[in-house]
Design a protein around this ligand. Structure first.
Ligand code: OSB
Ligand code: MG
Length: 373
């Protein structure tokens, strides 16, 4: 496949409610949307890098630079096959979220040109997937209760709350006292160290589904030591950049569950490899979220329908985040706490171009003739 153009757009969507965690605090989601064009058809990929380098090292600005100056020219110069991209991009070190967005846009384009849903191409086996919801910090417990109650009433299958030192045991205790044995988990985004073991052991007494990314820095040996001390499964997020590390984590006993985000691991191909690795190693697996618009959400929902995915993910419905989404059929929560997997060609959703134009602050068209070395 020869591309006619790659279009980068910087988009900002207002969040219905500000989202706060240890790694971000925002009332809006600013991100890059990648469009790949060939034969009158467009493919779409969402770059999940945040505005700040506090979750991982990328930002919207670094991703724009890498996509604009290196990755888009590389695919415009050569044969644009999604399966060839990890190799074509290897020369560019790091920047997994930038790479993932362009790779996703090419998978979408190729599948649309073939008239095939990506769910079928990748062997997804579910029509709808059970989903949970990730709840940010609240200044007070009442606000947290109100938000959690709303999500439970809507049917979400599990609740994840953010924790950090000083906002942990008391919050979990209050939720357990008020809501009993709801499927509950916590995500620390690396806010603790092994020195916090007594506190983590206290969290261990609440029957949590899992504790996500408790320790900083991707130290798998430290994770193995911690998992040996806890009954609660540890779930790894930031610590897992690729399939190789997932396999190593399994060997070391560094955790029992994987939060898989295609952006964090550099693209759909690596995500598929991780899904296979989790099946082989018997690790629990769910698809995480980065407050995506309908484009990234569609990809996540398709991945969530793969056979190796064993747990409800952060693939919540569009209205948990946005009043208006970029796509014409935003993801909706069914009363049984599942979200349908898009079934049209490619990622199965269409971009609302009029709304896209209204929320685009920066746009760059790259063509083959601009990409000569
Ligand atoms: O750690 O999983 C995380 C959002 C942005 C960055 C990191 C994380 C998150 C979330 C929200 O927890 C997940 C979602 O609902 O999209
Ligand atoms: Mg996380």
């Amino acid at each position: 496949m020869r591309l006619e153009a790659v279009v980068l757009r910087e988009v900002t969507l207002p969040l219905r409610k500000p989202f706060e965690s240890g790694v971000m605090r925002a009332g809006r989601r600013r991100f890059i949307l990648v469009e790949t064009r060939a034969g009158g058809v467009s493919g779409w990929g969402e770059c999940v890098a945040l505005e700040t380098p506090y979750y991982t090292d990328e930002t919207v600005e670094t991703a724009w630079h890498i996509l604009h100056d290196f990755l888009a020219p590389a695919v415009l110069r050569g044969e644009a096959r999604p399966t060839a991209l990890p190799d074509a991009f290897r020369r560019v070190k790091g920047h997994p979220m930038a790479k993932a967005a362009l790779e996703a846009a090419l998978w979408d384009l190729e599948a649309r040109l073939q008239g095939r849903p990506l769910a079928e191409v990748w062997g997804a086996c579910r029509e709808a997937v059970p989903v949970g919801v990730s709840v940010g910090f609240h200044p007070d417990l009442d606000g947290l209760f109100r938000e959690v109650e709303g999500f439970l009433a809507q049917g979400y299958r599990r609740v994840k709350v953010k924790v950090e030192p000083g906002r942990d045991v008391a919050v979990v205790k209050a939720l357990r006292e008020r809501y009993g044995e709801i499927p509950l988990m916590v995500d620390a985004n690396g806010a603790y160290t092994l020195a916090d073991l007594p506190l983590l052991k206290e969290l261990d007494t609440f029957g949590l589904m899992m504790i996500e990314e408790p320790l900083a820095g991707g130290d798998l040996e430290a994770y193995a030591a911690l998992q040996a001390e806890l009954a609660t499964p540890i779930c790894l997020d930031e610590s897992l950049p690729d399939a190789r590390t997932v396999r190593r984590a399994a060997r070391l006993g560094a955790g029992r569950v994987v939060n898989l985000k295609p952006g964090r691991v550099g693209g759909p191909a690596e995500a598929l490899e991780i899904e296979a690795a989790c099946r082989e190693a018997g690790l629990g697996l769910w698809i995480g979220g980065m407050l995506e618009s309908g484009v990234g959400r569609a990809l996540n929902l398709i991945l969530a329908a793969l056979p190796g995915v064993t747990l409800p993910g952060d693939t919540s419905a569009s209205d948990r985040y946005y009043a208006s989404d970029l796509v014409t059929e935003p993801a909706r929560l069914l009363p049984d706490g599942t979200v349908p997997v898009p079934r049209g060609p490619g990622i199965g959703v269409d971009v609302d171009r009029e709304y896209l134009a209204a929320v685009t602050a920066r746009e760059a068209w790259l063509r083959p003739e601009d990409a000569r070395v």
